[in-house]
Write a protein that binds this ligand. Structure first.
Ligand SMILES: [Zn+2]
Length: 276
């Protein structure tokens, strides 16, 4: 599933192509992709003819400011991917959303599993959506560690599970949560409330460098290539991962075999030597 570095990489590619462009047409061809709007035609009706002011992002959501006080929301779900294509270029299978503008490139969303969605919200609808429940963005406004110390106190939930909770911090998913915990040298299954102040500082300090590194390499395209950059290139962070997906391989820090544990239904990869 695309996480913050992937979604931010997509945003950075889309911004120059779409900011300041006027939308000519918007087509949602698979009704499931429009399920978050009240009317299935809201996306098409509300986007057509309007100016895209700014491409933004919070957590794993792309949020574009659209003329008329609308917010165009895109979430890539499990397998969604966005491409910029020339009109007339053959479409990939599972192209479910196509947005054309008065510029030469069109935005297409390909989503084989249809867990992603697009929506266009009024300010009131946005305030009533799950986006309003998101915690602080992991890259842009991560709270200082004293805030984390307070918020972790007494919590029995595994720290990995808490890092995945988008209401706690928005943007981390399974890959980068494992990488953050490896960098911070903390076991994923530690109850959040058992972390010392020192460990919480280390954890908080590990978030930005991991996300920045992911971003620098265009995110992580796994072997299934479900995630690709809008120009079709793969994100290259995969080969730089320290823990995620490395079961049985040597920890890059100390050579110990990386273990995989299932936690809250998700695989967690961690080193039993350096993560305590
Ligand atoms: Zn290790």
């Amino acid at each position: 599933m695309p996480e913050l570095p992937e979604v931010e990489s997509v945003r950075r590619s889309l911004a120059p192509a779409l900011e300041g462009a006027r939308i000519v047409s918007a087509a949602v061809r698979h009704p499931r992709l429009a399920r978050r709007n009240e009317s299935p035609f809201d996306v098409e009706d509300r986007l057509r003819g309007r100016l895209i002011r700014r491409m933004g992002r919070t957590g794993k959501f792309l949020l574009a400011d659209i003329e008329g006080d609308f917010t165009w929301v895109t979430h890539l779900g499990m397998s969604g991917r966005i491409e910029l294509a020339n009109p007339g270029e053959p479409e990939k299978p599972h192209t479910h959303v196509v947005i054309t503008t008065d510029r030469s490139r069109e935005m297409r969303m390909v989503d084989p599993r249809t867990f992603g969605f697009v929506a266009v919200y009024t300010p009131e609808e946005l305030a009533g959506s799950t986006i309003a429940d998101l915690g602080p963005d992991a890259l842009q406004d991560l709270p200082r560690s004293p805030v984390w110390v307070r918020r972790l106190a007494g919590r029995k939930v595994a720290i990995k599970t808490l890092l995945l909770d988008q209401r706690f911090v928005a943007g981390l998913g399974n890959i980068y949560a494992d990488e953050v915990l490896h960098r911070a040298r903390i076991r994923p299954d530690r109850p959040a409330g058992s972390l010392t102040v020192e460990e919480i500082k280390r954890l908080r300090a590990a978030v930005a460098p991991i996300l920045q590194a992911g971003l620098r390499w265009g995110g992580t395209s796994l072997d299934d290539l479900a995630y690709l950059l809008p120009d079709g290139r793969a994100g290259e962070y995969l080969h730089r991962l320290q823990a995620y997906g490395r079961e049985g391989l040597p920890c890059r820090r100390d050579g110990t075999s990386v273990e995989r544990t299932v936690l809250g239904g998700r695989s967690s990869f961690w080193c039993p030597q350096c993560q305590q």
